[in-house]
Design a protein around this ligand. Structure first.
Ligand code: ZN
Ligand code: ZN
Length: 232
């Protein structure tokens, strides 16, 4: 499709997603509205979502990942940013989302030694990638990897089959059923990595993170921190 962004910018100057103020640059959120987005301060147990103020005291130790979520999907501005990025291909929405995740991660990483961890985005189903043209988790993962100077690997985790969108699964159980066994991790790409920082934009049931983490564990990864910008 032709790029009409110049004309749309000319005809419809960008308004802040939060307060509707005029923004004279390519941002979609003003600094005040960005600062108002509440962020969590802890990691969570992936299984029961108990807050883990200390990353060492984990309640469900056998669960394959520890969950990190920067903010709540209940936040309307965050929801709008994610929706615009994914379904309207508004790339400028990726910047505040990445920054929210980086700001949150500054806090939680101070407690964990993430040196030699590799950042891995959750891959999109091939049909969705074709339709959307980009993987929003990959953009966010790239920004996070640059910020923390970590290696980014977009190819280690692959989808082995098509799945339906998780957002169309209305029941908790069908979300797990939909993605069961859909990932494969390439073991040969994981030598030397101490752990994985797995990135997705939103986590709801945790089914996608669980499947992706299970595949990574099967390939020999010992520690997985699954990070999402928002938690529903
Ligand atoms: Zn604003
Ligand atoms: Zn737990």
């Amino acid at each position: 499709m032709a790029d009409f962004s110049f004309f749309s910018k000319f005809l419809f100057p960008e308004l802040c997603f939060g307060c509707r103020a005029d923004l004279d640059d390519s941002r979609v959120l003003c600094s005040d509205c960005f600062a108002r987005i509440g962020k969590f301060r802890t990691l969570f147990c992936g299984k029961c979502r108990a807050r883990l103020p200390l990353a060492r005291k984990i309640c469900h130790r056998d669960f394959p990942y520890i969950l990190g979520a920067a903010t709540s999907y209940g936040n309307e501005v965050v929801k709008k940013l994610i929706y615009s990025l994914k379904f309207k291909s508004l790339s400028s929405a990726a910047e505040p989302l990445t920054k929210i995740l980086c700001d949150y991660s500054e806090g939680i990483f101070s407690d964990i030694n993430i040196k030699k961890f590799t950042v891995v985005p959750v891959p999109l189903a091939p049909s969705r990638l074709k339709e959307r043209g980009f993987n929003q988790s990959e953009i966010i993962a790239g920004g996070l990897a640059r910020h923390f100077k970590l290696e980014l690997n977009k190819n280690v985790l692959i989808r082995t089959r098509e799945t339906k969108p998780q957002s169309e699964q209305n029941h908790f159980e069908s979300r797990f059923e939909n993605v069961r066994g859909c990932f494969l991790a390439k073991k040969e790409m994981l030598t030397g990595t101490k752990g994985i920082v797995l990135i997705d934009d939103v986590t709801t049931s945790g089914a996608t993170f669980l499947e992706a983490s299970t595949a990574l564990k099967e390939a020999g990864v010992r520690r997985i921190i699954a990070l999402s910008v928002a938690m529903a």
